[in-house]
Ligand binder design. Sequence first.
Ligand code: NAI
Ligand code: SOE
Length: 394
Amino acid sequence: MSDRLNVTLIGSKFMGRAHSNAWGQVNRFFDVSPKPAMHTVVARKAEELAEFAATWGWENNTTDWEAAVTSDETDLVDIATPNDAHREAAIKALEAGKHVACEKPLAATLEDAEAMAAAADNASGKTFVWFNYRRVPALSLAHRIVATGALGKIYHARACYLQSWGGPDTPLLWRFQGDVAGSGAHGDLNAHIIDAVRFVTGEEIVSVEGAIEETFIKERALLESGAGGEIAGAGATTAGMGKSTVDDAVLFLSRLSGGGVASFEATRLATGYHNANRFEIHGEGGALRFDFERMNELGYYRTDVPGGEQGWATIDVTRGGDGHPYADAWWPDSHGLGYEHGFVNQARDIATVIGGGEPLVPMPDFKDALQTQRVLQAAIDSARQHKPVQIAQA
Ligand code: NAI
Ligand code: SOE
């Protein structure tokens, strides 16, 4: 096998930029084998593509995704398109013998996710899903702490993902179109925190006991041209109104495989919060808490000291010298990491797994992400049918 891993990326906007940065940085900070090479970027607007490719360092660019995905020169297909486009590109790539790294949620629907996982089962290529927060050092460390047994039995997991960009002025972007996104805040944000709870606790979510799904903003302005700025569509020109066909918020209660309980809340209308991706885990031997808005910190409450000395400690997780995951590859201790580092860390682990090595912390593949998708679907079923829903386990 050549030591070069030719990456073909589909998508050139928000995640297109985040992934381009990751593939561009990974060999500078990590010594991986095979070495990712930025072979081809694919997007729909030919007029913007050449400049994008030049800016980020892609060797080739094309609007023909099928040719790029099946090309003999492609080793890994990286999918950073809206959710409804994941299935076709992933299955085409797997059938062509490629490795596939796909953005979250795995798909717009459970049916698509099942088809993708089945295709992965029958393929020679390896699969990966960009649940990037697993590779934020605080989450990686939380996973490791729980894995040592330090928290003992887990009683509670409490997770929320709170944003506020989805107000009435935000136009009818693809994230508000059910046939493209599959769901709203639910698949967009609950997917991350379901994955985080599964990853950190090492437990599965076995049932949804009750759920609420709400669409507050029923109609939004129709886009006339382009999508405007990233996520909230700022600067887009609009004409007329159209129906939003996704949730703005979904909240649900669950049971964990170890006997504990968990709550989840995702919304894009939490005025005052911009990217509050949070969890708290309470076990018999201690507790952990995290908030992405303070991503370089992990809260840890230990009960193995005298009661009078117990209290929340705030760990600065960027001390590579003290063994914090991924931190040693970056800057001297306590020099801070940002959003983009999680993606570079994941690029490191994707290349390592393709080369036959081990990721620093567990990597979600299509089968793993299908389990998160089952939880997403169970929450919607529970909300719409007003009843508890058991979740099939892999
Ligand atoms: P975006 O709207 O910023 O960019 C989407 C890109 O896909 C654009 O280049 C667009 O031209 C292209 N595209 C759209 N439909 C296509 C199609 N049918 N075929 C080929 N290309 C198509 O969207 P964004 O924010 O980059 O989201 C893309 C994916 O990444 C989604 O699945 C989203 O859920 C996920 N995402 C994940 C994040 C994370 O934290 N891991 C953060 C943001 C998005
Ligand atoms: C918008 O809600 C968004 O960009 C999501 O699509 C991402 O998955 C999340 O990580 C940040 O917010």
